[in-house]
Ligand binder design. Structure first.
Ligand code: NDP
Length: 396
């Protein structure tokens, strides 16, 4: 018997709930979020009475605990926003629940990405005998599992790691973000940062870029940005000399982004408008398309993977492991686009790994600390098939 509680009924929460509801390891499933009607719509689409729903403010530990004590989840899957990570972890500790998320904690008033806040929970989860699984979406998530798989099977030492994330889809809108606009714009407008020879090198936003070739897609301009899995991967694989994260952006997207920043709409500090306090980026989110609504007209593929150089048996080798996901196929299966799909499938699968006793431990873990094999064996059947290329030109 395993009870799963999912928090957050956005694009990612929709996919997670569908996948968890379809997994017989979970005897009871609940979806809770700020707006209960959104949970009800997801539950109704699944049908029957498989998914219970509830309203909860995940910023409020007391409210969370009331819900946890009533439903008694074994595992809580947090796919609300990164702002809620710590309150949900606090409630898990208070009520004896295990925890999984897809994005590291961010304070609301500072676009700052690091695991220190959540790693600080290590002793408390350990003492409570509970598991906290951090960053189990696609990136972070599958990218770290790919790296763990490479380290386990193909390398004695990983020296160079380049995570490459291409969205070659077209949704037909002038400007839209693929996941929560506020979180997405905070992420892509920050300074670039990569790891080299034991140091973090900081760049201007989008300063380093070059065209990279993606399988089944072709060449796309790719930009070095900071991404949170770099922090845990260089810690867990100390042989890494350089680790970078590349993401593709179209010129039109970058132009919109520049204008949004130049006119102050990306600001995260409150301003007074007509006597009311508003945060410009939160206002912008309210007028941008809901990422969940993009799916109907989204065509093309995403391609995300790891390009790795290192040594095996004293010989240099290169290795590329990746998944391509088709937006239309994701929409047909779940009613959401590929970015929600590629995040939601691994989150549900991580929860399933925990429920089956395959990913367990007392403490706070990043996903590369678990055995990648059972996870990757299931990832293809769950809708995200992956491929390997050996000793090819990985361009980076
Ligand atoms: P959405 O904005 O679509 O959904 C977020 C959901 O959380 C909404 O239903 C929202 O409620 C709910 N929520 C927000 N605040 C609270 C609160 N205080 N209490 C309860 N519920 C709340 O986001 P996405 O589905 O696109 O993304 C979800 C998460 O996935 C984010 O953390 C994002 O960073 C992460 N992500 C991770 C990726 C990865 O590969 N690792 C990739 C993409 C996303 P309401 O509907 O009322 O607004």
């Amino acid at each position: 018997m395993c009870k799963a509680l999912i928090i957050g009924a956005g694009g990612v929460g929709t996919v997670v709930t569908q996948k968890i509801a379809a997994d017989p390891v979970f005897t009871d499933v609940m979806l809770a979020s700020r707006t209960k009607s959104k949970c009800d719509a997801v539950a109704a689409a699944i049908g029957g009475d498989r998914v219970k729903t509830a309203e909860v403010d995940a910023d409020n530990v007391a409210q969370l605990c009331e819900l946890f004590r009533a439903f008694k989840p074994d595992i809580v899957v947090n796919v609300a926003l990164p702002y809620q990570d710590l309150t949900i972890m606090d409630a898990c500790l208070e009520c004896g629940c295990n925890y999984l998320d897809t994005a590291n904690y961010e304070p609301r008033d500072e676009a700052h990405f690091e695991y220190s806040w959540q790693w600080a929970y290590q002793d408390r989860f350990k003492a409570a005998g509970l598991t906290a699984i951090l960053g189990c979406g696609f990136d972070p998530g599958v990218t770290a599992v790919f790296t763990a798989y490479a380290a386990k099977h193909h390398f004695d030492e990983i020296h160079y790691l380049d995570i490459v994330d291409c969205n070659a889809g077209n949704h037909g809108m002038a400007f839209a973000t693929n996941f929560n606009p506020e979180i997405n714009i905070r992420e892509v407008t920050q300074k670039g940062r990569y790891y080299e020879n034991g140091q973090w090198v900081v760049t201007e936003p989008h300063e380093i870029h070059r065209p990279l070739h993606y399988p089944g897609i072709g060449e796309r301009e790719s930009y070095v940005i900071y991404h949170e899995e770099l922090e845990s991967l260089v810690k867990n694989y100390p042989t890494i000399r350089r680790a970078r994260f590349w993401m593709t952006f179209g010129q039109e997207y970058l132009t919109h982004l520049r204008v949004i920043q130049n006119i102050g709409m990306a600001r995260i500090d409150p301003i007074i408008y007509n006597g009311v306090e508003i945060v410009p980026i939160q206002f912008l989110k309210a007028v941008l398309p809901d990422p969940k609504s993009l799916g109907a007209n989204y065509h093309g593929q995403t391609s995300i993977g790891c390009r790795i150089r290192g040594v095996k048996d004293g010989k240099e080798r290169t290795y590329y492991i990746y998944n391509n996901c088709d937006h239309e196929q994701a929409f047909r299966e779940t009613g959401t686009q590929a970015v929600s799909f590629t995040t939601g499938v691994p989150a549900a699968l991580g929860a399933s790994m925990w429920a089956k006793g395959l990913w367990r431990g007392a403490g706070v873990f990043n996903v590369e600390e678990f055995d990648p094999d059972p996870f990757l064996a299931e990832l293809g059947p769950q809708g995200l098939p992956w491929h390997e290329l050996f000793d090819v030109d990985i361009e980076v």
